[in-house]
Design a protein around this ligand. Sequence first.
Ligand SMILES: O=C(CO)COP(=O)(O)O
Length: 139
Amino acid sequence: MDNREEAQKPVLALIAHDQKKDDLVDFVGRHISHFSECRIFTTGTTGSRIIAEHKDLDLMPLKSGPLGGDQQIGGMIAEGNVDGLIFFVDPLTPMPHDVDVKALMRLAIVYDIPMALNRSTAEILLTNFAEQADGELDA
Ligand SMILES: O=C(CO)COP(=O)(O)O
């Protein structure tokens, strides 16, 4: 794949809180053919968990969420460098970096980035991305 094709791959940000990491790793595995066509950015621990199971993905882990990873992804969204955000949120556990999580979600809303916060919405987001990619191939 040359640099131009690489640059045209959709960019997805993937994040999961600790209680949801197994679920996200499973989700990625079930949709591996689609995720293989994407450039993926993650928060630190989420990325380590995914790459341990799916070594061939084009995946770049950033800092861990509580240490600024959510903010880094928010910055990428503000720069126009993210096409979609899948964030498996744990709504039952208090987070020390809750303000960072809220700021990230706010930026996804401000910049109108497709944002899935649970698995069923992530399925819809991914289906939509796949249909768009097929449409581009057909055009
Ligand atoms: O806390 C997180 C998102 O708010 C996730 O961060 P990690 O992927 O580093 O665990």
